[in-house]
Design a protein around this ligand. Sequence first.
Ligand SMILES: *Cc1c(COP(=O)(O)O)cnc(C)c1O
Length: 359
Amino acid sequence: MTLPIFQSATFEWSGTTDYHEIRYGRLSNTPNHVALHDKLADIESAEAALVASSGMAAISTSLLTVLSAGDHLLAQNVLYGGTFDFVTKDLPSWGIEVDLVDGHDPEEWKEKLRPNTRAFYVETISNPLMTVSNLDEAARFAREHNLLSFIDNTFASPINFRPAEHGFDLSLHSATKYLNGHSDLIAGAIIGRREVVDRVKIKLDHLGGSLDPHACFLLNRGLKTLGLRIAYQNASAQALAEALESFDRVRAVHYSGLPGHRDHQTASRLLDGFGGMISFEINGSGAEVQERIDRLTIATDAPSLGGPETLVTIPANTSHAGMTPEERKMSGIAGGLIRVSVGLEGTQDLIDDFRQALS
Ligand SMILES: *Cc1c(COP(=O)(O)O)cnc(C)c1O
């Protein structure tokens, strides 16, 4: 009932003459890899999948598969920090041009499109304001203009959104987060059209970002509870978001499951659940906001997300510390903004914890 760990770098030669058919750990084709690939493709209703050594390995390897010097990329302007740096600093240093666009503004996509544009890159739920842009329109736009469409589906998970069903070519995950769900490994996943995944696989063989068999085993185990975890986190986050809205000290709550969120209608149409990520704003100086966080007894002040334990961070001090206060203000990231990754604790316990910390 449990797939063992095949802790072997190499396997007996079976007579094949194709290099990529040789069984060798870096080629991501051991029994642990193959089982995961089948499962990940299945849960996103996609043709094929591939695991990688981290979310950033999945993202960078996929982009480098389809982009070369002289090409142009369109990407959403709000991106995970590592991805933002990769597309705005690394890609241009290799002669690949990038334009950032508003995911809500198809007119701007058209204006920035060029003859050498090869791909369009978006995220399902953006960090830290939990916006959801016109995702099916983005996939359609890419198809119409012969671009490959990429979407980082980490925050939604395959339970809440399956990009292949909306016409995306490739979905990317930090499997470190919800897919594994236990905050005990670093991994990535690439899921989508077989022809594209096969091309990424060859590039991953060369760049070397393969996942080791023990991490494959843990990820395979974590996936067994994905549906249960996400259903619970969706419900718990909704209840916590609603409670936060009622607290005097809270100025704003950003959660697309709330009717007041700018993208509530889009999210209701596209997503099967609004996810486990919330952010909210309180008044006060940086030190005062930190003092409130320190009063939490269940939630822990730590980066990352998607695990069993509720985590909080202040984006202005962590993920978005590289921006100036003015840049943050323009992006809507207030100094008193707190991000929450809702875990698996009792919902009422969590609400009570935030209530006492903010009272
Ligand atoms: C964490 C994260 C990544 C990067 O994944 P790693 O596993 O840390 O390399 C990419 N995208 C999103 C949305 C993330 O949250």
